[in-house]
Design a protein around this ligand. Structure first.
Ligand code: ZN
Length: 428
């Protein structure tokens, strides 16, 4: 830069030097009067008129002002109504009418009430109702707030975060007790049985020494666990066989580590495992005769009246009664599969009727040639009796293509996480 300056003609050099000097002097000089005036405009302790955007100020004022409310909690009792609750709170039926006719959502929140529903009513110092708050769940509260003209409704949403938690157990007495002792909620226990219920008959095949591990979500609001979310991954070891299930976020269904659906075309057992009394029956003795089973079916001993479910989709081949089978239902699922249900108290389907998997077809009983009430269940593959608890069942939809690739990668991470949690728990 300097060498460039040196090569310029002398007159240019002189002009540049002159103007540079002039600018330096101009910067150092005291500011002209009009500029200095602005600088000295505000003096400490003196009041000055300020130019303020009035519109902005008015807008700000329409935001509800900070008022201290007196809160009253009122709860809907049995045989109660919102009108009665308003009466107890000293509020007029006219106000209730005004509120419910404000908008559909307010109407819904104030009329669809059930015993136990709680409402927080906020009153100002003049005993005027300013706000109604109805907590919908731990993270959502419905608000009705008084405004300049009438009332407005809004939904107050807290941020929900998710964290993982882990549980594992070894079964010593029965599945339910083991799961409950491991800290699972009744919902989670049913979910777990639902996930593996296609591979394991939870009513007859659970054994002492079986183990399970589950990784599940917890919902966290403001640092506190408010609810449990979905089971993310789980493994179940039943009589030496380990089954793995991982949640697919896209479909909300569970698949094994290879992307094969956990859900099968047939239920492993056609009734609720919780109602079956013979959870441990290693010798597989007939629950009625006491003899080791020689007949071609599975017997479930459960209370009379227990609902019996169709093991899979199909058409009722026969719904009838005879002196041996008592009330019985046969279901044809395809040319390959037929299931049979015997000794029912009551049949709730008719011959020729289409049934869905899990649909109740009758109730457990002791009709026909039996010495005590039980369900006799048969599973036929191409006309041959098979053990419904061990027969390989056709799957329902499995993942394919890109969905499968993504799932398998994700499943590996989740199973790794499950294992790591297990190791952490094992380390004292
Ligand atoms: Zn039997």
């Amino acid at each position: 830069m300097l060498s460039l300056f040196a090569r310029l003609p002398w007159i240019h050099r002189a002009l540049i030097a002159f103007f540079s000097a002039f600018m330096v002097i101009a910067l150092l000089l005291p500011a002209p009067q009009e500029l200095r005036q602005h600088e000295s405009f505000y003096q400490v302790g003196k009041a000055y008129p300020l130019s303020i955007n009035i519109d902005a100020l008015i807008q700000q004022q329409s935001v509800p002002q900070l008022v201290f409310l007196r809160w009253e909690k009122h709860t809907i009792g049995s045989g109660d109504s919102m009108a009665l609750l308003f009466q107890r709170a000293g509020l007029s039926s006219r106000l209730l009418y005004q509120l419910t006719s404000t908008n559909k959502e307010i109407e819904r929140q104030l009329t669809r009430v059930r015993p136990g529903d709680a409402f927080q009513l906020g009153f100002d110092s003049d005993n005027q109702l300013v706000q109604i708050a109805r907590q919908i769940n731990p993270f959502e509260t419905f608000l009705i707030t008084k405004s300049e003209d009438g009332y407005v409704s809004s939904l107050d949403k807290k941020e929900v975060n998710y964290q993982y938690n882990y549980a594992e157990a070894m079964i010593t007495s029965n599945f339910w007790n083991a799961a409950a002792s491991a800290g699972l909620t009744p919902n989670q226990i049913m979910e777990l049985a639902g996930i593996f219920g296609w591979d394991i008959d939870f009513s007859l095949d659970i054994r002492s020494g079986d183990t399970f591990k589950i990784l599940y979500q917890e919902k966290v609001v403001e640092g506190e666990v408010v609810d449990r979310g979905k089971i993310i991954a789980a493994t179940f070891t039943n009589q030496g066989d380990t089954f793995k299930a991982i949640l697919d976020d896209k479909t909300g269904s569970y698949y094994d580590e290879n992307g094969r659906a956990m859900k099968k075309a047939f239920l492993r057992s056609p009734l609720d495992f919780r109602r079956v009394s013979s959870n441990f029956n290693p010798s597989r003795r007939h629950p009625v005769t006491g003899k080791v089973r020689a007949h071609r079916g599975t017997d479930y001993a459960a209370p009379v009246g227990t609902p019996i479910w169709a093991a899979g989709d199909g058409i009722v081949q026969k719904s009838s009664y005879n002196q041996f089978n008592g009330n019985y239902v046969f279901i044809k699922h395809s040319n390959t599969y037929i299931t049979k249900y015997l000794h029912l108290t009551k049949r709730t389907v008719k011959t020729g009727q289409r049934v869905k998997q899990g649909q109740t077809i009758g109730t457990l009983g002791g009709t026909g040639r039996v010495t005590g009430p039980h369900l006799h269940y048969e599973f036929l593959v191409n006309g041959v009796h098979r053990n419904p608890r061990t027969v390989k069942l056709p799957q329902s939809k499995s993942l394919a293509g890109k969905a499968k690739t993504t799932f398998i990668a994700n499943a590996k991470l989740r199973l790794d996480k499950l294992e790591r949690y297990g190791q952490l728990l094992a380390t004292p």
